[in-house]
Design a protein around this ligand. Sequence first.
Ligand code: ATP
Ligand code: MG
Length: 363
Amino acid sequence: MNIVNIKDTSGKLYYIGGVVRDELLGRESFDIDITYVGNAIEYCAKFGEVIRVNPDFGTIRVNVCGREVDFASTRAEVYDRKGHLPRITKIGCGLKEDVLRRDFTVNALAKSITTGEIIDYTGGLDDLKNKTLRVLHDGSFIDDPTRIIRGLKFSVRFGFELDEHTKKLQDEYLSAVNYDMCYKRVKKELIETFNLNSQEAFDRFINQGIYKLVTENDITLPSVNIENLIKTYPVKNVWLVYAGVLQDLSRLELTRQERKILDDFVLLQNTPMNSDFEIYKAFQNVETETVLLYAILRDEKIARRYLDNLRNIKIQTTGDDLLNLGLKPSPKYKEILDKILAAKLQTPEMSKKDELELVRTLL
Ligand code: ATP
Ligand code: MG
């Protein structure tokens, strides 16, 4: 349930944002947000064991009967620098002001903990009923372009559509993106969106031009169905298989491992793949994410050949075996092992005995 066990008669505590939306939709929430009209840090510590306090934001995380609950002070914000974190102008403002800084009307609902009453300053209840995502003001995407990706995430998760005016504002923004924005937040939203593993989300991401937030290159929709590909070949970094289609992710702060997945794909562009042996050699030291990018952007058949038929083939002969056969360690070792591999890729049922037999004929 999205409800926590809090008794409060102050009339100043409200469930807020996603948790109210989710309850009305009959869905489980990832996290529970509660707002206090006033200073939450002073007031809310009594509800359980305090996990974390952030005085700059006026927020406090408390363990309430085994669930982590975020209590926030009502706050007002301004975007001095568009696309970056807002500056808080007031902590402990009225509920309405707090609600008006939010992204979509369906995320701007509040529910009184004291009375259970739903407070709807922006028409969120109607939009929820009509499955519509609507921003609260015309400058919303300019203030914070990550809301465009959030809109994509919610539209796919809930089957909602952008209202017409909101879509127009999105188109306007995407036709003149200000690339001076906080890409840490963009990356976080991209990860959450693409980890849904939804081809529909990706189709919209490309067709609506949302990718322009990340790269100035023109991108067209690949013909490969990425969702199916990932269902067949599961990977850890689902989001990166989708985002990697843009190839230029230089604006995102990638980890070393994420970087390698993309760099390896670039290296594969000029690698010959004319035989099973070449395919095996090309892919054997790259992550499956890289192989999937190859499937999407270069050659699906070759990538599937590797994933379906080749990747589990391993030779059993080792350097020690060659030593035992009286061969002195030298570059010849690699040559021999490669020959065994090439033979085994053709005849995977080869036993170790067969392999060593082959070595003897080679010597
Ligand atoms: P989820 O189910 O993914 O957690 P959520 O709506 O709860 O969705 P959170 O990221 O947990 O989203 O944020 C909680 C609330 O904070 C949102 O419902 C929304 O009211 C507000 N919010 C979050 N991000 C933004 C943003 N970029 N701009 C404006 N308001 C935001
Ligand atoms: Mg949430």
